[in-house]
Structure formats: C-alpha cells, structure tokens
Design a binder for this molecule. Structure first.
Ligand code: RIB
Ligand code: CA
Length: 311
C-alpha cells in the first residue's frame, strides 16, 4: 500500500532530486506537485517542476502554481545558489505538459477535504507560503492532514541565508509560524541533518557512469550547486537538502531526531525566521515536531542512486 503525498516545492536542483526520488519510489503515490516562489520566482519554479516531471517520464503528473509572494513580506530568492533558471547545471527540453489551471492552495484544500481523513502527507521543500495560506483559508483541513514532513530550519547549524535563519523559513516566517502552531504531526529536516548529507565527486562520477538521462541531470545539478556550498563551508561536497524529506518517508530508519518544541521568530528583523528549537528541553513548551538531527549518509545516497537510476 503506497502512501499518498503532495510535494510542495521551489525547484531548485535539490528539490528536483527529491521529486525524482519520489516518482521513482513505489512506496509513495504523488497526488500532485504544488509550486511556490522561493529559490527562484514562481514562474520559474512551476516551469522547472514541469521539466523534472517530463525528465522522469511523467507527463501525466499534475503540477499546480501557487503563491508568488510570501504571506507578509517581499520575496527573497536564491539565484546566487541555484543559478538564474533555478536548475542550472543541466539543460532540459522545454516542457510540453501544462500547469493545471487550479491554484495550488485550492488543490491542497480540495484534496484534504475529499480524501479520507489523515490519508495524505504534505511534503514542503520550499517556503511554507502555500501551506500557511491553505491553513488560513481552510482551518478545517488541519485535522485532515496525516503529517507534514518538511525541509527547513536549523538549530546547531544556525542560518544559511542569515546568521540566524535557514532559507525556507526565512522567506516566509509567518507561514512557518502558522504551520508550527497548527498542531499537525510535523517532521522537520533542518540544516542540522542536511549538512550531514554532503554530495561527493565519487557519487557524481557513479551517477554519470549509469549513462542515463536522469542520472546525468542529477550529476549536472549537483556539480553546479556544489560549487557554492563547497566554497562557503570549505567542504568537499554540498548538502543535498530536500531529498531528505522523501528519503524519510521511504526509509525513516536512515534518520534520528527528537520530539521537541520548535517556534518561529517573526518579530525581530535580526533573527526573523529563526527556528527556536528546544533541543535540550530547557523549557516546558510542549513538543510540536520531530526535529531530525542525524542521518546515515551512505544509505541516503545509495537510496537516491538506486531509485533515480531506474527512471
Ligand atoms: O535552505 C535549503 C532550502 O532552501 C532547500 O529547500 C533549497 O531548495 C532551498 O529551497
Ligand atoms: Ca527547496
């Protein structure tokens, strides 16, 4: 029995790998892909999602455009990391499939209302604007969502877009605040765990040896965005953030974490978007999230290679 999921995303090379991993995994049934502004503006993230679905041989996949701006602030993008297209590093054909006419937020709300209660898992890989907007527009769906497994936040790793905040949460802290206060079963893959999932030249070489279009694209994307993180952190390899969400759904045993309280800073401009994670439980704030802290990186990259090579 496969698990019904909706992927909410801002492709982004790492988002693209996460989508490919999901589409290659029989454990998951992707009901739709909802796009949000983040790494690059919405028009590009939507276009990129179409390209990734066609690369995966899934022109039937329903792709929806969502919110073009965060709930309460101007959009901040990350072309400096992902390139102007958001998918720099591999050249893919222009997509033939079309974006659905329904707004992503309405698709999320309708799906949650029509599906059996707690049968769909939401997998946000970018700013939480679509999710926060859906919860604000239709508070009744909070009790109908099975789980939200998201990439975002940081505690020990602190920030990557400011000294205090991780990009996805920083871009739309108000939306994140709604999600983290929703009472929905949350699993969070923060930088603390994604920074332990570093790509390597050996992994990229192995991908290229598969002589497969999908693996070539993953290798090209990884090569491209690795340059930024390697230079910034002085590491060999870059954190492959978003596939951690999908890998957790397929093989949760690859991860460890703690059920703790996590709150979002939305007042201070200095620390806006900081995930204030009570990792050491120094307060009596109730736990609201499984905050992942460690990963079996070898198992993670083996899983990605094994699955995407089959597409
Ligand atoms: O901070 C990393 C996150 O921001 C990833 O989801 C990446 O794709 C960007 O959206
Ligand atoms: Ca992303």
């Amino acid at each position: 029995m496969s698990r019904d999921i909706i992927i909410d995303t801002d492709p982004g090379q790492d988002d693209a790998v996460a989508i490919l991993l999901a589409l290659a995994s029989p454990e998951l049934n992707v009901l739709g892909i909802t796009c949000v502004a983040g790494n690059v503006p919405l028009a590009r993230t939507s276009h990129n999602a179409l390209q990734v679905c066609e690369l995966a041989g899934r022109p039937d996949m329903r792709v929806f455009a969502g919110c073009a701006q965060p709930m309460g602030r101007g959009l901040v993008t990350a072309e400096h990391v992902h390139g102007a297209t958001g998918l720099d590093g591999a050249t893919l054909p222009e997509p033939q499939m079309q974006i659905q006419s329904e707004h992503a937020v309405d698709f999320i709300i309708k799906s949650m209302r029509q599906a059996p209660i707690k049968s769909i898992t939401l997998c946000p890989l970018g700013p939480l604007t679509n999710i926060g907007t859906a919860l604000l527009k239709a508070p009744d769906i909070a009790d109908r969502i099975a789980q939200i497994v998201l990439m975002g936040g940081a505690y020990f790793e602190v920030g990557n877009i400011t000294p205090a905040a991780e990009f996805n949460i920083f871009v739309d802290p108000e939306a994140a605040d709604i999600v983290f206060k929703s009472g929905i079963d949350l699993v969070v893959a923060p930088l603390d765990v994604t920074h332990k999932a570093l790509t390597s030249k050996a992994w990229i070489t192995d991908l290229r040896a598969k002589n497969n279009n999908v693996c070539d694209a993953v290798a090209g994307w990884t090569d491209f965005f690795e340059r930024f993180d390697s230079e910034k952190y002085g590491t060999h390899g870059a954190p492959l953030h978003d596939p951690c969400v999908v890998a957790y759904l397929i093989a949760p045993n690859l991860f460890t974490g703690r059920h703790i309280n996590v709150q979002i800073e939305i007042q201070s401009e200095l620390t806006r978007g900081m995930t204030v994670a009570d990792w050491w439980r120094v307060t009596d704030r109730p736990a609201n999230a499984l905050f992942l802290g460690d990963i079996d990186a070898t198992g993670y990259f083996n899983l990605i290679t094994e699955r995407v090579a089959q597409l």
